[in-house]
Design a protein around this ligand. Structure first.
Ligand SMILES: Nc1ncnc2c1ncn2[C@@H]1O[C@H](COP(=O)(O)OP(=O)(O)OP(=O)(O)O)[C@@H](O)[C@H]1O
Length: 245
């Protein structure tokens, strides 16, 4: 029988709905009306060559950069004008490019500071985050600045998890990370997404990784979405052309 009951997700609003987003640095316009959606529990990959505006998109979605036009709706609420910390309270967890941890603080202190700033303040959230990255348990007393790039990236994701997000925004989490830890980070994203049901908006340049992880994707070029689709479409020739350096 056809009808809404044959497609259970039909009619279910996405967790994140970005429409017509525009952003600029001074007079330099970077985004010209970008639409992206992330369904509850699904993983959308934002792709595109260097400098096309992927980080700018995440910053604007998160409220780190004020968009010049467009709307960001999270869980049915228009959050376009809310500051970033209010978006975190509503369940958006952000891991910016370059994994900005506090270098002078230990791993434990980095997690503790985030917990104290979060609404729930449930210590169990730190233990849950450490379960995702068990390697960090042996490094709790080490200053973040002395961790390897890959370990810092794990700490940055763990910090975002401490706020108990429903959605993670990850900006190139495997960039500059040694291969052994890339595999751990990928496995962690898979677990968070498939087992814990977190929605993910992932900026990722590498097609192979996107092919393994994504439910859906958008490719940005020149500040607009050139192509959007489901994971299967990522195998298209046009997609490869749009991503070729
Ligand atoms: N703070 C800033 N001030 C001025 N221009 C900026 C700033 N940040 C980024 N830009 C410019 O905006 C454009 C988009 O940059 P953005 O970092 O969003 O691209 P990206 O797709 O994330 O690139 P990459 O893959 O290299 O990280 C680029 O031309 C960049 O030079």
């Amino acid at each position: 029988m056809s009808g809404p009951e044959s497609t259970p997700e039909a009619g279910e609003p996405p967790l994140l709905e970005v429409t017509g987003l525009e952003a600029a640095y001074g007079r330099a316009r970077v985004l010209f009306g970008v639409d992206v959606t992330v369904g509850a529990g699904s993983l959308t990959c934002v792709m595109g060559r260097n400098g096309v505006g992927k980080t700018t998109l995440l910053n604007a979605v998160m409220g780190v950069l004020a968009p010049t036009a467009g709307r960001v709706v999270f869980d049915g609420e228009d959050v376009t004008r809310l500051p970033a910390h209010e978006r975190v309270r509503r369940g958006m967890g952000y891991v910016p490019q370059g994994h900005e941890t506090f270098p002078q603080l230990t791993v434990a202190e980095n997690l503790q500071v985030t917990l104290e700033a979060s609404r729930h303040r449930d210590r169990g959230a730190i233990d849950e985050a450490l379960e995702v990255f068990p390697r960090l348990k042996d490094l709790l007393g080490r200053r973040a600045g002395f961790l390897s790039g890959g370990q810092q990236q794990q700490l940055a994701i763990a910090r975002a998890l401490v706020t108990r997000p429903r959605m993670l925004l990850l900006d190139e989490p495997t960039e500059g990370v040694q291969p052994s830890i890339v595999a751990e980070i990928e496995a962690a994203i898979v677990r968070l997404h498939r087992e814990r049901g977190l929605a993910v908006l992932l900026v990722e340049q590498y097609l192979e990784l996107a092919l393994r992880l994504a439910d859906g994707f958008v490719i940005i070029e020149g500040g607009v979405v050139r192509r959007a689709g489901t994971a299967g479409d990522l195998r298209d020739e046009e997609v490869r052309r749009l991503l070729a350096v």
